[in-house]
Ligand binder design. Sequence first.
Ligand SMILES: NC(=O)c1ccc[n+]([C@@H]2O[C@H](COP(=O)([O-])OP(=O)(O)OC[C@H]3O[C@@H](n4cnc5c(N)ncnc54)[C@H](O)[C@@H]3O)[C@@H](O)[C@H]2O)c1
Length: 255
Amino acid sequence: MAGILAGKSALVTGGASGIGRATALAMAREGARVAVADRTEESAAATVALINQAGGQAIAIGADVTREAEVAAMVARAVAAFGRIDCAFNNAGVGGASVGPGGQRLHELSQASFDTMQAINLTGVFLCMKHEIVRMLEQGGGSIVNTASVAGLIGLPTSSHYVAAKHGVVGLTKTAAMEYAKDNIRVNCVNPGYVTTPMTEAAVAVRLDAMMAKVPMGRMGEPQEIAEGVVWMLSDRASFMTGASHVIDGGYYAA
Ligand SMILES: NC(=O)c1ccc[n+]([C@@H]2O[C@H](COP(=O)([O-])OP(=O)(O)OC[C@H]3O[C@@H](n4cnc5c(N)ncnc54)[C@H](O)[C@@H]3O)[C@@H](O)[C@H]2O)c1
């Protein structure tokens, strides 16, 4: 397929749902062969089926990003299938409701909630970057985008564990960008605002108006609107961009 990722091999984590699925589809539309990873191979396979139906080429991989051995095997499997990893989108993540009761201020959070959040949303990104970069150094370059959040740039009451993890992703991104700039590896992050995915479903059901009051455009984003920016950042069109936090949020961060 022709497109801005023509001839590239790509890997996306959290590819079974939401922003990851939309980005996997956009990568394929732009010409990439896509390794779609998620917690289980079965869940990733549904995205692969959509890519194949549209005439693209993809494989499904099951890997929990908190487990280094599984991350290493994920990268090895993508390389075995496509020969290299030119573009990596480290996007797997969870919201507060997945690790505890939700709505808790810092003094109410359990250590288990805090630790699980860091394990998935921060350590998971570290492990993926680590193994992808080994491969990218061997092959002479590559491009990485990590999913942070507007919460990687500002505070968000009752989400201190999520905010800490996402600020961490911004820091990992900046530092890796500096460390590998001379190795032809670009590292950026995307910072979405509120996007319509399963992660935001419960919050939307109970406090959509309060959420939208913070967004100048006054609406949720769609996963495809994040995917467009990610695909561009991963492509050679963004050749001078590294270490950046790219906000896509309907104006939330500017307000
Ligand atoms: N939806 C939003 O409003 C929003 C805003 C800012 C940032 N984000 C971030 O975007 C990313 C994608 O979220 P989404 O909204 O598409 O949610 P989603 O729930 O639709 O998708 C997240 C995917 O990550 C996978 N995942 C979770 N833990 C994993 C693990 N340990 N190993 C492998 N895969 C795992 C899930 O199975 C799921 O398929 C997350 O990092 C999230 O923090 C989302």
